[in-house]
Design a protein around this ligand. Sequence first.
Ligand code: AMP
Length: 278
Amino acid sequence: MQIIRSKNELQKLVAVLRSSGKTIGFVPTMGALHAGHLSLLDMAKCNADITITSVFVNKAQFAPNEDFAKYPRDEAGDLAKLAAANVDFAYLPQQHEIYPENFSTTISIGAIGQILEGKFRPHFFDGVALVVTKLLLQVAPDIAIFGEKDYQQLIIVRKLVQELDIPVKILAAPIMREPDGLAMSSRNIYLPEDKRAIAAKLYQTLIDVMQKLQNGVAVRDALNFGKDQLLSFGFEKVDYIELCNAQDLTNMDRPEQSARLLATARLGGVRLLDNVAV
Ligand code: AMP
């Protein structure tokens, strides 16, 4: 595995790969890698000749009061995992390679970035859209893989590349979970030990709500049941639990084909995100 730290080096390499007719599969990450990230790499390997993974903690998607400074970072551990997974190239840009001095361009993804997660993190998806655009233009991959774990992000990235005519195919990877059902996440390490068992109840509750919907319970009642159940399990706050159209995330008051149930709840000071197909 070759480690690349500069944009120039990356772009020279990509030019050589392209001229030799190789297809490129790209997996962007913020590091602190776990088996969920590695499953995206497997998908990239199955769908392209060459795999490139980036590790870059994107300041633009963190609000000033959020955890940019203390977001988990483990470069040595990440590189060992990427090498073991037989990734071809690890791209670890410095901040200035992505955001040079006096950088001032912004991207606004519009209303879809202001619902669900966006209500709680209003600048988040514009920051994601900016870094994803920059990385896709720098790496110029044929395919890029995003996880369903961050379902709203996946939908927004699909919309972004379509609307900006970025020539890349976006593939979605299913959510990887711990044995008890908790969706893997770099932030799970923040969970206090005494809360860890409760964390798995988020997924369990989504399954319970899904079953109620499938049994014909009204959407509002099923969602209220889910919220109450999470609070009774010990979650401190349910930011949202909503049933949405799986393609455009518009709210659904009746389950139809292709719906997605999305929730975020707070436990031990950690925001846990999860979603299931209904
Ligand atoms: P992050 O490093 O958290 O920005 O995540 C990088 C990519 O990995 C994103 O496309 C995430 O959706 C994806 N990802 C994170 N956790 C999981 C998981 N548990 N299962 C599948 N994909 C995931």
